[in-house]
Design a protein around this ligand. Structure first.
Ligand code: FES
Length: 181
């Protein structure tokens, strides 16, 4: 019984470490790691690339990165769960992250949040029922000089206004539903 459990565990680990053949995204990710010369201190850049390619960081992907960078999986998991920009679960097709750190808050981050929330009908931390948009908040993204800051599909936008954000979000949603709503 003990042997069987150990075998199963070994098999499971092997599966987790083997990228599906023919998935070009793994090759692209490999290319990113190669460009960084498989440096362990490039972990954040590699995870960022992985998330961009796969949409979210599922466990087999984190194991793959850990193996290629020769890092303990616990380290990779630690970084992936520490930074708010990374997600281990599926998200909407589009992503809107609003910084609610002090500088952004002072410059009206709560108005940005309310505008998106209202336009999309979604609460922070949630995804719209049609899977089009995930709205999230983070504490401070660092470019405080251009507050208030929002990250739209991975691109940082400074000096955001509720109007421009609302327009962007409505554009995403109408395209996603063929303008039926
Ligand atoms: S507080 Fe928003 S970027 Fe720093």
């Amino acid at each position: 019984m003990t042997t069987l459990t150990a075998d199963m565990r070994r098999k499971k680990t092997a599966t987790a470490l083997t990228p599906p053949s023919g998935d070009a995204r793994f090759e692209q990710l490999e290319g990113t790691m190669k460009r960084h010369q498989y440096r362990q201190d490039a972990l954040i850049e590699v995870l960022h690339a992985a998330q961009k390619l796969f949409g979210f960081l599922e466990p087999p992907l984190l194991h793959f990165v850990a193996r290629q960078l020769k890092l303990p999986p616990s380290r990779v998991y630690g970084v992936a769960t520490f930074y708010h920009l990374f997600t281990l679960t599926p998200r909407g097709r589009h992503s809107c992250i609003i910084c609610t750190g002090t500088a952004c808050y002072v410059k009206g981050a709560n108005h940005l949040l309310a505008a998106v929330s209202q336009a999309a009908g979604v609460e922070p931390g949630k995804t719209t029922p049609d899977g089009e948009l995930t709205l999230r908040t983070v504490r401070c993204l660092e470019p405080c000089g251009i507050a208030p800051v929002a990250v739209l599909d991975g691109t940082v936008h400074g000096h955001e206004t509720p109007e421009t954000l609302r327009e962007q979000v409505k554009g995403w949603l109408s395209r996603g539903t063929d303008g039926s709503t």
